[in-house]
Write a protein that binds this ligand. Structure first.
Ligand code: HEC
Ligand code: HEC
Ligand code: HEC
Ligand code: HEC
Length: 346
């Protein structure tokens, strides 16, 4: 082997390793596609069956305990400090407590929320949060059927067996902060996140926190001009990037393409969009409602260790419920087996 061949072989090996590294970060074909709109509109869903199998195994609804029925004395008369579930039978109340434990704190048990020497006591902040969460779930299931339909949600939808749901966000999520990138200065200092990968938007260089303006505050999302001449600064590239960051995060949350909701030749036109876009419109309002009325409002209850770098509480986005799937738990309704979570039970 002469020197030149050795160099060529070495270069070839390095090239192969490089290709292997690059390919391992790419989804291996074949992909599959499903047509969802009229022919010729390109409204197809492209997905990878192997990635889908993984998501599917993570989003199975656990079996529910058998219902205890509505007979017998009310929890509100038997127990000392029941403020929300007063009208539920003691049997059903106990079943719910055991279910909540399985959904939220399976490793920690009843003691995650209770001083087990005195169950009536409200000394743990987690119990106060949980009481508000029960009201939040009742509110979602009874007042937000425009989004959750009859399927509804339970604590499991978001918590999946974790005291803190795996997918939550804080104001300024993805902010490069004072790290080396930000110190290097330049565009990366702007909240628009230029030149900095935005985790919320699939590592694109779009604004890094699309949640605060749209899922907590109620800034307008529409950017397509409806008049011949632009009016104000909403119809700008800058604003469009914010909207795209939100849209990318929504697509990621549901594991779908833009064409799940839009005919991409006219993003703004509702008459060419799918019915799912309407459901998503309500989903945006739902997330805002939960964040402002329930989570922000609980700020004083959480210990400092649970707050984000800017002192705010953990909040909800589409991923908190959807976890990568077009319908949480693939549309299986756990809520229908828990009538006390369907409507206000005071
Ligand atoms: C995630 C938090 C959480 C967990 C875990 C939990 N509970 Fe509760 N528990 C609550 C809340 C909130 C209330 C008050 C409900 C209300 O005000 O309507 C409550 C109230 C009670 C009460 C009524 C006490 C009284 O006298 O007022 C009993 C009894 C009870 N829980 C039993 C249990 C048992 C047994 C377990 C474990 C199997 C358990 N709980 C696990 C949150 C929790
Ligand atoms: C829409 C999503 C969602 C649903 C549904 C939901 N939660 Fe939560 N929950 C959250 C978020 C977000 C937090 C804040 C995370 C944190 O604690 O920092 C939270 C926090 C909590 C905490 C405090 C945990 C801790 O250690 O700080 C408890 C307890 C809790 N939830 C109980 C419940 C119970 C019980 C239910 C059902 C009745 C429920 N949650 C339903 C989103 C949800
Ligand atoms: C799950 C449904 C859904 C998906 C997926 C989705 N969008 Fe949207 N999109 C909406 C909704 C709903 C609105 C309107 C929001 C509002 O006005 O509150 C919207 C609005 C928009 C607008 C503004 C239209 C106007 O009137 O100015 C653009 C642009 C847009 N989306 C682009 C995208 C892109 C690009 C993608 C893929 C990265 C995408 N969308 C994925 C639901 C979706
Ligand atoms: C509180 C939990 C929760 C949150 C938060 C949430 N969703 Fe949903 N979403 C659901 C449930 C439950 C369903 C299933 C309803 C049904 O069975 O028709 C659903 C259904 C949908 C559908 C209909 C899917 C289909 O194929 O019919 C779309 C689209 C959707 N959500 C988009 C969103 C977007 C976008 C966001 C964030 C802006 C969001 N959702 C936030 C719980 C949630």
């Amino acid at each position: 082997m002469n020197g030149l061949t050795k160099i060529a072989l070495a270069a070839g090996a390095v090239g192969l390793i490089g290709a292997a590294i690059v390919l391992s970060r790419v989804e291996r074909p074949p992909m599959q596609s499903v047509q969802r709109g009229f022919r010729g509109t390109g409204m197809d869903q492209i997905y990878n069956p192997r990635m889908f199998a993984k998501t599917a195994s993570l989003n199975q609804a656990p079996a529910s305990l058998p219902q205890a029925g509505n007979a017998g004395p009310r929890a509100g008369t038997v127990y000392k400090n029941v403020q929300v579930l007063n009208n539920v039978s003691v049997g059903e109340f106990t079943r719910l407590m055991v279910s909540i434990t399985n959904w939220v704190s399976p490793a920690q048990g009843c003691a995650y929320c209770h001083n087990t020497a005195n169950m009536a006591e409200d000394s743990r902040y987690t119990k106060i949060v949980a009481r508000r969460m029960i009201q939040m779930v009742q509110h979602i299931n009874s007042d937000w059927t425009s989004h959750v339909a009859a399927t509804g949600v339970t604590c499991y939808t978001c918590h999946h067996g974790n005291p803190v749901p795996q997918n939550v966000w804080f104001n300024g999520v993805g902010d490069p902060g004072t790290g080396p990138i930000k110190q290097a200065g330049g565009f990366s200092q702007l909240p628009s996140g230029k030149n900095h990968p935005a985790t919320a938007a699939n590592d694109s260089s779009l604004p890094y926190d699309p949640y605060t303006p749209f899922l907590e505050q109620a800034n307008p999302i529409r950017v397509a001009a409806t008049t011949a001449l632009p009016n104000g600064d909403r119809q700008s590239i800058k604003q469009t990037e914010w909207t795209y960051a939100l849209m990318t995060s929504m697509s990621q949350a549901l594991g779908v393409n833009c064409t799940y909701c839009h005919n991409t030749r006219a993003f703004s036109d509702w008459s060419q969009s799918s019915p799912q876009r309407v459901t998503a419109w309500y989903g945006i309002r739902l997330a805002r409602d939960l964040n402002t009325e329930y989570l922000d409002a609980l700020k004083g209850v959480f210990p400092a260790s649970r707050l984000g770098p800017n002192g705010d509480v953990a909040k909800v986005n589409c991923t908190t419920c959807h976890q990568g799937v077009y319908k949480p738990l693939f549309g299986v309704s756990m809520a229908k087996e828990f009538p006390e979570l369907q409507a206000s039970t005071r």
